[in-house]
Structures are given as C-alpha cells and as structure tokens.
Design a binder for this molecule. Structure first.
Ligand SMILES: *Cc1c(COP(=O)(O)O)cnc(C)c1O
Length: 368
C-alpha cells in the first residue's frame, strides 16, 4: 500500500553518513524595505556599467553550452592580476570554489584549520567533504588570529589547509601578512586566503601578487560584494597552475553559465567605473561606525569590509524589532560562539544607513 511504502522511506538513513545532519539552507528572508543582512552592494552602480552588463546579457545566445573553463573571463582576470590564464579558476560563486577546494584537498586525514568566528560555510562544506575541521579561536576582544597557535595547528601531520579571511567575515579585520608569511615558511599546508571583501580594504591589501612565488597560496575573490553581482554567481581564485588543474578536473563542467560568463567579462573590463562606488561605501562605513559607536551601550569593531560587527544588549530582540517595526534586515550572530549579543550590519546607502542609525538609536534605548 502506498501509505506504508511512504512511512517506511527514510532518505536521511540512506544518505552518505557524513551528510546526515545537514538541512536545506533556506534563510526565509522576510521581504524588507532595507536589507542590510547579506553584505551585498546596495548602491546604485554607474549607468554606463549597468548598461554594458545588460547589453552583454541580451547579446548572449542560450542554445550553446558554456565554455567549461570560461577562458575569456580567465584571460581578463589573469590580465587584471598580472598572472597567466593557467593560474585562474572561475566558479559558481566563491562558494563553489570553497566546496571544490575542500572536496579536492580534504577528506579523512586531511584537516582544515579555521579561525572562528569566521565564515560558517568553511566548516559546513568541509564536513560535507569529510574533511576534519580544527578551530583556532581568535582573540575574544580584538578578533586577531592567534598566530602561534595557528602555525602550531598547521604543523600537525594531518593538517592539509588553513583558511584565513581578509577582511574577515563577520569581524571585519584584515589578516596579518606576517602570519600568512609564517604559514608559508614554517608549515607545509595549503594557505587559502579568502579576499571576498578586499576591495573595501584597498587593493593594496591583497596578497594575490604573492601567488607567483608561493605555490601553496590560494587567493579567493568574488563578484558578489564590491562588484554588486551577488545574484550572478561568479567567483574566482588565483593559485598555482597545478592547483587550478586539479580543480578543473573535478568541477561540474558547466557550472558557470553563459550569461554569468559574458556579464562577468563586461564587469571586469569596466571595473574602474566602480571605484567611486567602493569609495562611497568606505566613506559611509566610517560614518555609520561613528554613528553606531555614539549610541550608548553599542560597541562597534573597526572593519575593512562593507559591514560592521556591533555588540549591544538584547541584540536578538533588536534584530527582530528592526525587522518587524522598521522593515530593516540585519544579521544576528548572537547564537555563534564568541559573538554573543552581536549583529552584523551591511553598510548600505547614505539613506539606508541613516534610517538604520535612527532605528538602532531608538531600540538600544528601549532594550538597554
Ligand atoms: C560572500 C563571501 C564569499 C563568496 O560568496 P559568493 O557569493 O559565493 O561568491 C566567500 N567568502 C566569504 C567570507 C564571504 O563572505
């Protein structure tokens, strides 16, 4: 009988053991007037930039398969970073590249070392890939990585990869180049430097130029943040050609669709036009940080990204009331170890930030 057949069916029990605790990722965002929850670029981009991207999109035929290796885009990115095409790999967002890196270089006996609080997808994806995860916690107050502990962890026999995020999400601080240097010199692990937000710190803070001399260094970048293209799903990494070849061998061959490739090409070609937008976000970041810090009971950490980490009493309630009473969405990190009573607020436009500030000023007073 159909009903019995259904009652006896347990898909989870049939799944790969390592995957049995996972649930669908559905943040079920409440549609909000002002969404400052996902570190997207909420600013209007220059009309010439958006027009060029629209033209590229419209001109793209859909009947042919994409170029699996996205060579035109790789060439433009290679030129941008002064490397060869063979040092660039493109992915369906940085997320796909993270997964593929852990799938390729992880597994039993090949551990990932992370520095939480950091991007939760690292541990998630690593666990899916049956890659053991070791946490080297950041300083509870400054969120600086513990250099000696990290180097020691990376010297363990089964250590395969260290991931450092610069600027770090959600704490906003840059990785110390001296620590990256030590990891390259004093250990034998792959060093994954996630620079998803580095444009907001200044391109001079990027260590992508180190890749040429350091085959164990992998630098991850994305179009989702400064480029304002989170919905397009394009990320890339710069690494040794042998690393890129491994990733090229295991990737889902058509994961980067034709529209994503052609629009990303147009975006790279016109990237200079985004400089004023990034400069504006950086200026707004300073204003917002100042405004939040002036509210009694609110602590703001310095940030090199397009977001601010703040701590205030009753953060979860403040977050819910921002959503329900002001239709403003921010990200609650209260549940995360080391981040009790913390919210992460994306830097929005001047008007969005002003509304956020007014609302937090009011709520902080009421929830104190
Ligand atoms: C946003 C983000 C990424 C990449 O996001 P994609 O949209 O998948 O490109 C990678 N690392 C960190 C820390 C991020 O915050």
């Amino acid at each position: 009988m159909a009903a019995d057949a259904k009652a006896g069916f347990d898909a989870v029990a049939r799944a790969r053991t390592a995957l049995q605790g996972f649930e669908p990722y559905d943040p079920a965002f409440t549609p909000s007037r002002i969404n400052l929850s996902a570190n997207e670029n909420t600013h209007e981009l220059p009309a010439t930039f958006t027009a060029a991207l629209r033209d590229a999109m419209v001109a793209t035929p859909l009947n042919r398969y994409p170029d699996p290796m996205a060579n035109e885009l790789r060439d433009l990115l290679a030129e941008r970073h002064g490397v060869e095409r063979g040092s660039v790999m493109v992915g369906n967002g940085g997320d796909e590249l993270l997964f593929n890196l852990f799938f390729t270089f992880g597994g039993a006996g090949h551990a990932l070392i992370t520095c939480p609080p950091d991007f939760s997808e690292y541990a998630n994806f690593a666990k899916m890939c049956e890659m053991p995860v070791r946490s080297v916690w950041r300083d509870a107050e400054t969120f600086d990585a513990d250099a000696d502990a990290l180097v020691a962890a990376a010297q363990a026999e089964d250590a395969a990869m260290v991931v450092l995020t610069s600027p770090n999400n959600p704490t906003g601080n840059l990785a110390d180049p001296a620590l990256v240097r030590r990891l390259l010199d004093e250990t034998n692990v792959l060093v994954l430097l996630d620079e998803a937000y580095v444009e907001f710190a200044g391109e001079d803070k990027s260590l992508v130029s180190w890749v040429a001399e350091n085959p164990r260094l992998i630098v991850l970048r994305t179009f989702s943040k400064a480029f304002g293209l989170a919905g397009l799903r394009v990320g890339y990494l710069v690494a040794d050609p042998a690393v890129v070849d491994m990733l090229g061998a295991i990737r889902q061959i058509y994961s980067e669709d034709v529209i994503a490739q052609s629009v990303a090409c147009a975006a790279v070609a016109r990237r200079e036009e985004l400089a004023p937008v990034v400069a504006d976000i950086v200026a707004e970041r300073a204003l917002l940080a100042e405004g939040l810090a002036a509210i009694e009971g609110v602590k703001v950490w310095p940030s090199a990204g397009n977001f601010l980490l703040v701590r205030l009493a009753g953060a979860s309630r403040v977050r819910a009331r921002l959503r329900d009473e002001y239709s403003i969405l921010v990200r609650d990190f209260s549940y995360a170890p080391g981040l009790n009573d913390c919210l992460r607020i994306t830097v929005g436009t001047h008007d969005e930030n002003a509304e956020l500030l007014a609302a937090v000023t009011q709520l902080a007073r009421e929830e104190a």
